[in-house]
Design a protein around this ligand. Structure first.
Ligand code: PRP
Length: 210
């Protein structure tokens, strides 16, 4: 049997995801050793894990370097990669929101300035309302933009709401709920269908029993 390559998102979400794979019998003990190794194999299960930046998981899966992976719905909506979405893992839950300084009032006669990492999601959201906007693309710490008056609002992920609260910002609108998704490369879904379906089915059991 060929190895199944699995892309995991580095960080908090990745650890939770790996625990789910461990629960269904696809553990790889070496992964827990604290070092800078990026790729881990379990010969018995024929799985090979690698850590990547969360936003790169869908690239590895689309190109076929990873057969399957776990990625946030935010990334799928923003980049629309040509891959299959197999399951909602019901973890990494948060929401895509519009937020602004407390007390902000939108003046519809003016172009709305929007700071975000999620340019397509923001454009789609405001296009559906016919609202004229100007996007300021940032790569992180988006909350700073409205605080310093660079933009009127932000479109960003809100999880606990702590970042907004501690910076005197508030949610104006929720655009869409987000969670982690199991995704698969299209060709792998054909050629490694048994391995992929086994994993999908077992993960689904974990989700249903939690
Ligand atoms: C995300 C997001 C918010 C924060 C929300 O940032 O962009 O800043 O988490 O979480 P909270 O509602 O629980 O406070 P992330 O930590 O991914 O870093 P970034 O600012 O570089 O995007």
């Amino acid at each position: 049997m060929e190895y199944l390559n699995i892309a995991l998102p580095k960080g908090r979400l990745g650890e939770k995801v790996y625990e789910m794979f461990e629960k269904i019998g696809y553990g790889c003990p070496a992964i827990k050793e604290k070092n800078r190794q990026l790729i881990f194999e379990n010969e018995e299960n024929k799985v090979r894990y690698f850590w990547s930046k969360p936003s790169d998981v869908s690239i590895y899966v689309e190109k076929g370097a990873a057969d399957i992976g776990v990625v946030g719905k935010d990334i799928l909506l923003e980049y629309e990669p040509d891959i299959y979405e197999l399951a909602d893992l019901d973890i990494g839950k948060c929401r895509m929101c519009v937020a602004a300084k407390k007390g902000f009032r939108d003046n519809s006669e003016k172009t709305l300035k929007v700071a975000t990492k999620f340019v397509n999601i923001a454009r789609g959201h405001y296009a559906s309302k016919g609202r004229d906007i100007e996007i300021c693309k940032l790569n992180g710490s988006i909350e700073i933009a409205p605080i310093l008056g660079m933009t009127d609002v932000i479109v960003d992920i809100v999880e606990t709401g702590t970042t907004l609260k501690e910076n005197d910002l508030e949610v104006i609108e929720t655009i869409i709920p987000i969670s982690a998704r199991l995704v698969a490369n299209k060709a792998s879904s054909k050629f490694k269908s048994q391995q992929i379906n086994d994993i999908r089915r077992k993960l689904q059991e974990v989700i249903d029993n939690d």
